[in-house]
Structure formats: C-alpha cells, structure tokens
Design a protein around this ligand. Structure first.
Ligand code: ZN
Length: 109
C-alpha cells in the first residue's frame, strides 16, 4: 500500500468501514510509515476530542496515542481471529467433503 492509499483509508479506518484485507494492509503500512502514522494520530486525536466533547468528558488527561495503539491492536486481532475462523471453517468443509466421499465409496463397495 502506498502513502496516498493509506491516507485515504484513515477516515474509513476510524469509522470501522473497511474490509479485513484493507484494515490489515492499512495497519501494516502505518506501523512502518512514520508520515502516515503521524497523520493517523492527528486524525484520531481530532476524532477523539470531538467525541469526548460530545460525551462531555474530561479530554485533557485522556491518552489518545495509547487509545489509538489499542485500536490498532484490537483491529489487527479481530482480523486475525476472523481469518482463523475462516480457516477452521474451510478445514471443516474439507473434512465433511472427505467424509461424504468416503461414505459414497463405502456404499459402492
Ligand atoms: Zn505512508
């Protein structure tokens, strides 16, 4: 992913409006690109401050960078978890197909 694409993904990322594949590529990019990471932090803090103001919370001592890191982390974990579930599901389907094939084979013998 290049920087322009990454930057265009900041808003969708903050609103959780991305596919798992895009999320993963985006997170990988911002972890390795200081410029985009800084841009993401700026957007995130802006978002967070507005949300805090909405909720009438004390925005001053909120640690936005830590919160952003947590968001990156949990998003990545969610992507990984969904991928594992898909792999398990795919594995289960293969097993079922093998079992069906075996049953058909046994019936014929
Ligand atoms: Zn970049």
């Amino acid at each position: 992913m290049d920087c322009n694409t990454a930057l265009s993904f900041i808003e969708p990322f903050l609103r959780n409006e991305m596919s798992d594949e895009d999320k993963e590529r985006f997170i990988y990019h911002v972890k390795n690109c200081k410029d985009c990471r800084n841009e993401l932090e700026f957007y995130y803090i802006t978002h967070a401050v507005f949300n805090e103001l909405d909720k009438d919370m004390d925005a001053e001592d909120a640690d936005y960078i830590a919160a952003l890191d947590r968001k990156l982390e949990t998003t990545q974990k969610g992507v990984n978890r969904r991928r594992r579930l898909r792999q398990i599901a795919a594995g289960a389907i293969v097993l079922i197909l093998l079992a069906v094939a075996l049953l058909l084979f046994i019936k014929q013998v």
